[in-house]
Design a protein around this ligand. Structure first.
Ligand SMILES: Cc1cc2nc3c(=O)[nH]c(=O)nc-3n(C[C@H](O)[C@H](O)[C@H](O)COP(=O)(O)OP(=O)(O)OC[C@H]3O[C@@H](n4cnc5c(N)ncnc54)[C@H](O)[C@@H]3O)c2cc1C
Length: 501
């Protein structure tokens, strides 16, 4: 057996997405020498984080706060925009409500209370933000009004965010090794001392005083999906990184880490039924302005239950549960101008017709007669006395239907009609390792495993059943920063007492 090549560092980080690079910058600015191992080749760096739009949710009190992270906001932009406010308590409340009060309260409250501070920290590290006018605001009476508690995105979207973090880490002297897949944690009774990894086919080791796991969830692992999420999840399409196969989670569980959170739950959305896996532009999320029908021609979710970013993460599962795992979103001409830009990408399965009868014949796999009955009943059930307003939950609802539509209900009666075929696309998984508020990984006896930290999707306990859009990046940044700080502090304390390995 040939002797393994061994690297030495202070902190080794597994993964090079948003959580990992936040941790790398944080550990480095706190004095640690940092090495990052990334499984993907350099050209695919950034994991799920590059698939995002860079939309990030944080608490803010008003425009004065926003000017601190977007100093380029012009007086004209400020004058013509109603940014509203999003207090810390509202962010916390949103997580509690969407998770049916299952969220780990300690982790969630730290996430929300540290969110604005962490945005300022990201800005100080050269991540640039702009308002998401295109996706999160509508113009009403000449004023852009934001809705849904999420108002900024990183410049250049997810790719821009990852490039900014990598550039900053590079400037700070962080080493990043690509094509480097962590396979095992080096550990003993004193804790974790490094990582075994495969670098372009060769097994190597990196010895470190602390390890931070930031390797994402297991959405791209069919076997784990089926084992944890249950039947049919092998049939979901993966809409994110192909590299998040649960490796970090498995390595941690192998040394006795405590599993935590909603292992049978995942973030999953409706997206183009014919798109290949791992592509950007898959999702189709303007359903609050239309209806969704299944193979039986029936509606099966309240499309207008809430703003899109409070429902989209759970409606993928609802589609997975339908016959054939597909559905069609239907819109008429009154609302097609409101469809998001992803309805114009190349991943679009679309049919169009001047009349509903004609449309019914074109909806592949759908019971045409039942579909027409559904639309007729839906049109008759709408309370037309309430005006349609996409910027608020307008209460324009249906009455008397078994599956209600609570907001933005408009009759489907103005052709040409458009229909989009969708299926379930999994984004990321909710179950992961248990950490405390210092991002220390806990063992099955509820004790921290010395030298082991985690951040991002690999952590469980924050999200159950559902998720507020933009919270994934924020969770990765908040806990990545905390993991980096505490790993650096742990190392310092270790060297003070002269323990070395
Ligand atoms: C299409 C899409 C859109 C999204 N939009 C948003 C959005 O706008 N806002 C938002 O907040 N969230 C969004 N999310 C969710 C968001 O991407 C995640 O919550 C967040 O990026 C997770 O960050 P992370 O650093 O934990 O994981 P990742 O960014 O996935 O990084 C994990 C990294 O670990 C690497 N890795 C895995 N295994 C190993 C191993 N064994 N060794 C070494 N490296 C390994 C992976 O290659 C990857 O680079 C979206 C997700 C998708 C897929």
């Amino acid at each position: 057996m040939t002797k393994r090549e061994v690297y030495e560092t202070d902190v080794v980080i597994v993964g090079a997405g948003n959580a990992a690079m936040s941790a790398a910058i944080s550990a480095s600015e706190n004095g640690a020498k940092v090495t990052v191992l990334e499984k993907s080749p350099e050209k695919e760096k950034g994991g799920n984080s590059t698939y995002t739009h860079g939309s990030i949710r944080f608490a803010y009190q008003g425009v004065e706060d926003l000017k601190q992270i977007m100093p380029d906001l012009t007086p004209e932009e400020i004058a013509e925009t109603d940014f509203g406010t999003y207090p810390d308590e509202k962010f916390f409340d949103d997580i509690c409500q969407l998770t049916n009060y299952r969220t780990d309260g300690d982790l969630a409250s730290l996430l929300t209370s540290k969110s604005f501070e962490t945005m300022k920290w990201l800005h100080a590290h050269k991540v640039r933000f702009v308002p998401i006018y295109g996706r999160q605001a509508f113009k009403v009476n000449g004023i852009f009004k934001f809705w849904g508690g999420m108002i900024v995105e990183s410049v250049g979207g997810g790719h821009g965010l990852i490039d900014a973090l990598h550039n900053e880490a590079d400037r700070m002297g962080v080493d990043v090794l690509f094509d480097a897949m962590a396979t095992e944690l080096i550990h003993d009774d004193d804790g974790v001392h490094g990582v075994v990894f495969k670098h372009r086919g060769t097994t190597k080791e990196v010895h470190a005083k602390a390890v931070i796991l930031a390797s994402g969830g297991f959405h791209a692992n069919t076997e784990m999906r089926t084992r944890y999420l249950g039947p049919k999840w092998d049939l979901a399409k993966v809409r994110g990184s192909r590299f998040n196969t649960g490796d970090g989670l498995k390595m941690a569980l192998d040394i006795g880490a405590m599993p935590h959170g909603n292992f049978s739950g995942a973030h999953a959305v409706g997206g183009d039924m014919d798109a290949p896996e791992f592509v950007e532009g898959f999702q189709k999320l303007s359903y609050p302005f239309g209806i969704i029908v299944n193979a039986e021609g029936q509606r099966f979710v309240d499309e207008g239950a809430d703003f899109r970013n409070y429902t989209y993460a759970k409606y993928g599962k609802a589609i997975l549960e339908q016959t054939g795992q597909f559905a069609w979103q239907i819109f008429d001409q009154k609302v097609t101008h409101l469809l998001r830009e992803e309805y114009k990408t190349k991943y679009v399965t679309k049919v169009q017709a001047d009349t509903l009868d004609e449309l019914a014949e074109k909806l592949e796999g759908v019971d045409a007669k039942a579909f027409l009955k559904t639309v007729k009943e839906y049109n008759q059930s709408i309370r037309k006395d309430t005006p349609f307003n996409p910027t608020v939950k307008d209460g324009r609802c249906t009455e008397g239907l078994a599956v209600p539509k609570s907001n933005w209900a408009n009759t489907l009666d103005e052709g040409p009609f458009e229909a989009y075929g969708v299926t379930c696309g999994i984004t990321f998984t909710y179950g992961g390792v248990k950490i405390n508020t210092k991002a220390e990984v806990q063992d099955v006896l509820a004790q921290p495993i010395p030298g082991l930290y985690a951040a991002g999707e690999v952590v469980g306990g924050l999200f159950y059943f559902n998720y507020p859009g933009g919270a994934g990046l924020m969770a990765g940044s908040v806990y990545g920063k905390i993991a980096g700080e505490n790993a650096a502090e742990f190392i310092e304390k270790k060297s003070e007492v002269g323990i070395s390995k």
